[in-house]
Design a protein around this ligand. Structure first.
Ligand code: HEC
Length: 120
């Protein structure tokens, strides 16, 4: 019995730490986004920027899935720090992206933070 209790406790701890490390997600499908409450205050401005600018051509679902799974959902390419930078530049260069370099830089820093949080 004692062994079982120890096992259950360990299991709960592992699950709790995994759930803790991950940035929470709200909504489904087109309404999916990172939960603003799980974004620290110093990243809020970048988060607002991303939530406004990166939904011009597609919803946030694409970005959320890429961060949560580590794979870009359309091409299936790995979505890591290097990819984040490449995608930032790719999205910036798209016609009518309506973003400048500084804005892309902010979103890239935010996405790297989100990736790091998920990896913990
Ligand atoms: C001007 C339109 C436009 C804007 C603005 C835009 N995207 Fe995209 N995005 C696309 C298109 C089109 C695709 C489809 C695949 C491709 O062209 O790479 C895409 C695909 C993606 C993918 C999936 C890529 C894959 O290979 O599976 C991610 C992730 C993504 N965008 C993130 C972002 C982020 C983050 C921003 C804001 C910095 C953003 N997008 C802004 C047009 C846009």
């Amino acid at each position: 019995m004692r062994k079982l209790i120890i096992l259950v406790t360990l299991f709960t701890l592992v699950i709790a730490s995994v759930a803790d490390a991950r940035i929470r997600v709200k909504g489904r499908g087109d309404r999916m986004n990172f939960d603003p409450d799980s974004i620290p205050a110093n990243y809020r401005a970048s988060f607002d920027l991303m939530s406004r600018k990166c939904v011009k051509c597609h919803t946030m679902e694409r970005t959320v899935i890429a961060v949560q799974t580590g794979r870009a959902p359309i091409t299936g390419q790995p979505f890591d720090r290097q990819a984040v930078k490449a995608y930032g530049i790719k999205m910036l260069r798209k016609p009518n992206s309506n973003m400048n370099k500084q804005e892309i830089r902010e979103v890239v820093i935010l996405l790297n933070y989100l990736l790091d949080e998920n990896a913990r």
